[in-house]
Design a binder for this molecule. Sequence first.
Ligand code: FES
Length: 106
Amino acid sequence: MIKFKVEDRAGEVQEIEVPGDMGLNLMEVLKASEFPVLGTCGGMALCASCHVSVEEGLDKLDEQRDAELDMLDTLPNALPNSRLACQLPINEKLGGAYVKLQEVME
Ligand code: FES
């Protein structure tokens, strides 16, 4: 099982535990856990509705690919530790991470 913490936009923190072998990404798990994440583009790095910041464990994650970097570049509220949750597979690299949902810009 992969465990990590998620802080919602109201500052509430929840520990999430999911199997690491289901081929899911973080956006899908956040949606399934009833966090207010729309995932409008279905995980194509095109909508940024799954924008999170990674407060702990960022260095363990894989580098962003071009599509994610391009999308993050367009966000006025992007942070140095911003990621798109749909581009983060649920695997051991996410274990112990602390992610925070970011505001979605209209
Ligand atoms: S779900 Fe659209 S960018 Fe992640």
